[in-house]
Design a binder for this molecule. Structure first.
Ligand SMILES: Cc1cc2nc3c(=O)[nH]c(=O)nc-3n(C[C@H](O)[C@H](O)[C@H](O)COP(=O)(O)O)c2cc1C
Length: 335
């Protein structure tokens, strides 16, 4: 009995429930995407700037774990054009049906994905970018509010942005940024969205590829402990803002949270991943595969971090969101 929580976007994506797991770079690999899709949500591989052999391997691993649909997240505006073209070709060759793009809308990237037979969902942070994504041929819009974890494209809260995007486009809208609970899912539906897109809620999932240190910090943090800054910008375009957990590194910024230039930041190696240097102020977050001063890296998390209380399986997280949403709807109806 899927009921009211089965929304039209679910048929577009091929899932039971409109709980989308954000394609978090490094963090959202096959184990997490498969667990979310297997639980009836929509899992997504976070493959930003990843080489094609890794993308191929992760897609195969998801398929090994579940026969449910899942997506691949890519970031056209932060990926070298040649690599991006190869990534698209790999996704097509591996039979991917849904791509989730983020950051500046690049119409040619949507057209390229569509030409290869894949549908594109675009995550945006403003009404104008939502309109641009619709005009480019996206099939749905993810509207990201400023309370989101990781890279944050806009400046407006989800509460304000989601209904405005829903009014401005004809496409299904999914709410992103601050959603980690069943109450949040019901609220998103009341705002005009058909579902929610969650990063922070799944960051400390057992299956997430985030390092234990990052997961523990997420579990301990309260919602007032995040920082919005463009200081973690090595590897990304100038001005790209993120939301991270407050740390000694963010405290060292003082009032200078914005205005950082990736080309002017000295490369100071503070960690390693399979021999690859990881620099302070890069957009790398601590992963299982890294060693070094990991607490000095970007500890991405959104304001809903205060709703995450334990490291636990993704299927439990999905089930709790759905159960709480049903309870909340019943409570509203009973009033
Ligand atoms: C650890 C982490 C990594 C992220 N990496 C990506 C990414 O690679 N690509 C992307 O499109 N969004 C990324 N995001 C942003 C998410 O897509 C989404 O907008 C955000 O998580 C929603 O807000 P929430 O964290 O409150 O759920 C990331 C978010 C987090 C928390």
């Amino acid at each position: 009995m899927r009921g009211i929580l089965h929304q039209p976007i679910c048929d577009i994506l091929g899932c039971d429930y409109p709980v989308l797991q954000a394609g978090m770079g490094g963090v959202a690999r096959a184990e997490l995407a498969a667990a979310v899709s297997g639980a009836g949500g929509f899992g997504c591989l976070g493959m930003v700037r990843e080489p094609c052999d890794l993308i191929k391997r992760e897609i195969a691993e998801v398929r090994h774990r579940t026969d449910r649909a899942f997506g691949v997240n890519l970031i056209p505006a932060a990926t070298a054009p040649d690599l991006f073209t190869e990534q698209l070709k790999t996704c097509k060759d591996e039979g991917i049906e849904t791509l989730v793009f983020f950051w500046d809308v690049m119409p040619e990237a949507v057209a390229h994905g569509n030409d290869l037979g894949m549908q594109v969902i675009y995550q945006v942070g403003s009404v104008s970018q939502a309109r641009a994504a619709e005009a480019a041929g996206a099939v749905a819009i993810i509207a990201q509010g400023v309370e989101a974890g990781g890279h944050v494209h806009g400046t407006v809260s989800s509460l304000v942005l989601v209904p405005q995007v829903a009014a401005a486009t004809h496409l299904p809208v999914i709410a992103s940024g601050g959603f980690a609970t069943g109450r949040g899912l019901v609220a998103a539906m009341a705002l005009g969205a058909q579902g929610i897109h969650c990063g922070t809620a799944f960051l400390a999932a057992t299956e997430a590829f985030a390092h234990e240190l990052h997961k523990q910090r997420v579990v301990q943090a309260t919602s007032d402990e995040t920082v919005h800054t463009d200081a973690f910008v090595i590897n990304w375009p100038k001005g790209a803002a993120v939301r991270v957990l407050r740390s000694a590194v963010t405290d060292s910024l003082g009032d200078r949270l914005f205005g950082h230039d990736p080309d002017a930041i000295p490369r100071h190696r503070i960690a390693d991943e399979d021999g690859k240097p990881i620099y302070r102020w890069s957009t790398d977050s601590p992963l299982r595969s890294m060693q070094g001063d990991l607490d000095e890296l970007a500890l991405f998390a959104g304001q809903c971090v205060g709703d995450v209380h334990a490291i636990r399986p993704a299927a439990e997280i999905v089930a709790d969101i759905l159960e709480e949403a049903r309870e909340q709807i019943a409570l509203i109806q009973a009033r």
